[in-house]
Design a protein around this ligand. Structure first.
Ligand code: NDP
Length: 249
C-alpha cells in the first residue's frame, strides 16, 4: 500500500522494454516518492521485472495483471487499486506493425488499433472519474516520432499513434479544467523487444499481391536502412524512463 505522501503510479506493459525500465526507475526513486503498480497482460513474464526491481518488489513496486485490449481486465485492474486512486497513469503498452499494406490483413491492423489507440482510451476513461473528483492527476501517453510524422511501411502503426495523439490533444483541453495534466512522449528508435519482435514478424512475412518493386524496396532498401538508423540513433529504455521521471516530477 502507498504510504502517505507517495504518489500512486500505474504503468501499462511492464513485461519488457520501456515499461519495465519506467517501473524500476520510479520504484527505485531515491526519495521513495512513488508507489508503482506495474502491470502486464501475462504475469508468467514477471521474473525479468522482479529481478530488475530487486528489493523494491513488494515495497515501492507491486504487480497486477492488465490487458489493455480487454474492458473487463481494465475494470478489474483499476478496481484492485485501493480506492481506485491513481495519481499518475503511464500508458506505455503498445505493438508495432511493419510491412507493405497489401500484405497485412485488416484483422492484424485492428489489433494494432485495439492496443495502441483503444487501449489508451479504455485506461483514460477508467481513471478519469476519480482524477476529476480529486481535481488532480497526470496521464502520460507513450506515442512515438511516428505519431508526428508518417514513415514508409509503418502505415498502420503511424495511423494508430496519430489517432492517439489527436484523441489526447482534444482530451488535454477538457482535463486541464480539472487540473489533470496530459503529457505525450514521442521517442525515436529505442532498443527493446519491439525491434526484435518486428524483425521476427518480417522474417515470417509473405507478400501475396504485393508488386515485386515494393517487395524489393522493402527488403533491400527499407529494412537495412532502418537497422542502420536503430544502430546509429537508438536510445536505451533507461533514457526514456529518466525522461518520464522528469516529466512527472
Ligand atoms: P516492447 O515490445 O518491449 O514492450 C511492449 C509492452 O507492451 C510489452 O510489455 C507488451 O506485453 C505490452 N503489451 C502489448 N500488448 C498489450 C496489451 N494488450 N495489454 C497490456 N500490455 C500489452 O516494446 P517497447 O518497450 O519498445 O514499447 C513500449 C512503447 O513505446 C510502445 O507504446 C511503443 O509504441 C513505444 N515506442 C517504442 C519505440 C521503440 O523504438 N522501441 C519508439 C517509440 C515509441 P507482452 O510482453 O505481453 O507482449
Amino acid at each position: 500500500m502507498a504510504s502517505s505522501g507517495q504518489k500512486v503510479v500505474l504503468i501499462t506493459g511492464c513485461s519488457s522494454g520501456i515499461g519495465l525500465r519506467i517501473a524500476v526507475t520510479l520504484a527505485k526513486d531515491e526519495k521513495k516518492r512513488y508507489h508503482v503498480i506495474a502491470t502486464m497482460r501475462d504475469l508468467k513474464k514477471k521474473d525479468k521485472l522482479i529481478e530488475a526491481a530487486g528489493d523494491t518488489y513488494g515495497k515501492t513496486l507491486m504487480l497486477l495483471p492488465l490487458d489493455v485490449c480487454s474492458d473487463e481486465s481494465v475494470k478489474q485492474c483499476i478496481n484492485n487499486v485501493k480506492d481506485r486512486h491513481i495519481d499518475i497513469l503511464i500508458n506505455n503498452a503498445g505493438v508495432g506493425l511493419l510491412g507493405p499494406v497489401e500484405s497485412i490483413s485488416i484483422e492484424e491492423m485492428k489489433k494494432v488499433f485495439e492496443t495502441n489507440f483503444f487501449g489508451v482510451v479504455r485506461m483514460i476513461k477508467e481513471v478519469m472519474p476519480d482524477m476529476k473528483k480529486r481535481r488532480s492527476g497526470h496521464i502520460v501517453v507513450m506515442s512515438s516520432v511516428m505519431g508526428l510524422q508518417g514513415v514508409v511501411f509503418n502505415d498502420v502503426y503511424t495511423a494508430s499513434k496519430f489517432a492517439m495523439e489527436g484523441f489526447c490533444e482534444s482530451m488535454a483541453v477538457q482535463l486541464m479544467k480539472f487540473n489533470i495534466r496530459l503529457s505525450m512522449i514521442e521517442p525515436g528508435p529505442v532498443h527493446t523487444e519491439f525491434e526484435t519482435k518486428m524483425m521476427e514478424d518480417v522474417a515470417k512475412m509473405e507478400y501475396p499481391g504485393v508488386d515485386a518493386d515494393t517487395v524489393r524496396y522493402f527488403k533491400d532498401v527499407y529494412l537495412p536502412s532502418s537497422i542502420d538508423i536503430f544502430d546509429a540513433m537508438g536510445q536505451m529504455p533507461d533514457d526514456i524512463a529518466k525522461c518520464i521521471k522528469k516529466v512527472i516530477e
